[in-house]
Design a protein around this ligand. Structure first.
Ligand code: DOR
Length: 439
């Protein structure tokens, strides 16, 4: 049921200045209309019982498989999983079938999303060797995605001439999957015959990531081009940013790289296979340090659903990628519970900075006039991640069995309820995101 006004009473909200304010919040016509100690009068009133209210998470890297591989996820199930996880907006990657490499295919995704997504949505346009004009003009796109190293799907731009041309000529945000393709190929030959999961992190080693990140940074500096480095995974890349991070560069880390190391292969086998791979404890610590110091700006899940049958295979055949949108906020809020981050950090990494990085107007903060995209989370109760509770169609999580707190009790998208008391409000509809100019 749609409501024109929604009053959330008795909540502790993380405000734009980082402070915690106890009181009421009124949503009207999709926006935050008022915040005060006590407010009255709305179509619907919900007592937050002192729970924490956060700006909804903006997850700027997900793979929802529509069109082409809907048997593992589609825009509807992906958006339901988002709502359960407190994710109110997502940016989706172009490695679908067919890939999102033209204006027409971008529009097709937008049309599909409008019919079935319960949260807000935006899409990348994927770079190929010959779609330069589309990369320049496709709208509305949150940015250009370049796979510098091959991963799931066929998208790949590893020719240095083509890469340089894109950086020279495309005046918009360029997001890179930074792994060096020639080193991956060389090492695939070296490690041929190995079937155990640990080989993945050895084959696509830290140097693969460092080489490609250094190359992308050099191109971004040369052409002063807005660069976003996706899923940073190594201490070496953090060090590159420490040496020189231009003002127009941002970077992200995933919960998988922040909470798992290569030990995961001994516990969950090939389910832990992803690109770029899990790394050592020293790398994991470097990512946390990078986040805390601001060298890494934000968190993205790289939610990459594959069926269990596609994962539980020999090394060379197992699909790469793990699910994430349902667990990213509880994982980070469990870190808050343990004293490893603050509520304000989590808000900055998961809401404020993604909105700034992609120039998404009016989102990412709790303040009057901002869009009413919100997550009311329960910081008191712990709940174990269980396959049977997951809404992602592929039905598994690398964090199964982990006891987490900070689960959303309520997720609000544009002032409408998208998730409440364990149920998705399936009739709620998100809206297309818009993206301001980047420099
Ligand atoms: O592990 C990954 N899986 N990394 C990517 O970059 C792509 C993703 C997928 O789409 O499966």
């Amino acid at each position: 049921m749609s409501v024109e006004s929604l009053l959330l009473r008795n909540v502790r909200m993380v405000l734009a200045d980082g402070s915690l304010f106890e009181g009421d919040l009124l949503c009207e016509n999709g926006r935050i209309a008022a915040i005060d100690r006590i407010l009255v009068g709305a179509d619907r009133c919900i007592d937050g019982a002192g729970r924490v209210l956060l700006p909804g998470v903006i997850d700027p890297q997900v793979h929802f498989r529509e069109p082409g591989k809907e048997y593992k996820e589609d825009l509807q199930t992906g958006s339901w999983a988002c709502a359960r996880g407190g994710v109110t907006s997502f940016l989706e990657m172009p490695n679908t079938s067919p890939p999102t490499t033209t204006q027409e295919r971008l529009q097709d995704k937008l049309d599909r999303a409008a019919l079935k997504c319960v949260v807000n949505y935006g899409f990348f346009i994927g770079a190929t060797a010959d779609n330069l004009d589309e990369l320049k003009t496709a709208e509305p796109a949150c940015g250009v995605k370049i796979f510098m190293g091959a991963s799931t799907g066929d998208l790949l731009v590893d020719d240095p001439v083509v890469l340089e041309r894109i950086f020279r000529e495309v005046p918009r945000l360029i997001a890179v999957h930074a792994e060096d393709e020639s080193r991956i190929r060389e090492r695939t030959r070296v490690f041929a015959g190995r079937t155990d999961p640990h080989v993945h992190s050895q084959l696509r080693d830290n140097e693969c990531a460092r080489l490609a990140t250094a190359q992308a940074l050099a191109l971004s500096r040369r052409y002063r081009r807005r660069l976003h480095i996706l899923h940073l995974s190594t201490a070496e890349e953090v060090e590159l940013l420490r040496q020189d991070k231009p003002a127009w560069v941002t970077a992200e880390a995933t919960p998988q790289h922040l909470f798992w190391t290569t030990d995961a292969y001994d516990k969950i086998g090939m389910r832990a296979k992803m690109n770029p791979p899990l790394r050592s404890e020293a790398d994991r610590r470097a990512l946390w340090a990078g986040l805390r110091s601001g060298l890494i700006d934000l968190i993205a899940t790289d939610h990459a659903p594959h069926l269990k049958a596609e994962k539980d295979r020999d090394y060379s055949e197992a699909a790469a990628g793990m699910t994430g949108v349902e667990t990213s906020l509880p994982l980070m809020l469990t870190a808050v519970h343990r004293g490893e981050a603050t509520l304000n950090d989590v808000t900055r990494w998961m809401s404020v900075n993604p909105a700034l990085a992609y120039a998404i107007p009016n989102k990412g903060r709790i303040a009057p006039g901002y869009d009413a995209d919100l997550a009311l989370v329960d910081m008191e109760t712990f709940q174990t991640v269980q396959a049977q509770d997951l809404l992602t169609r592929c039905g598994w999580s690398p964090f199964e069995g982990w006891s987490l707190t900070g689960w959303p009790a309520l997720t609000v998208v544009g002032g409408q309820i998208a998730f409440e008391n364990g149920e998705v409000h399936r009739e709620t509809r998100g809206r297309p995101l818009s993206f301001g100019p980047v420099s």
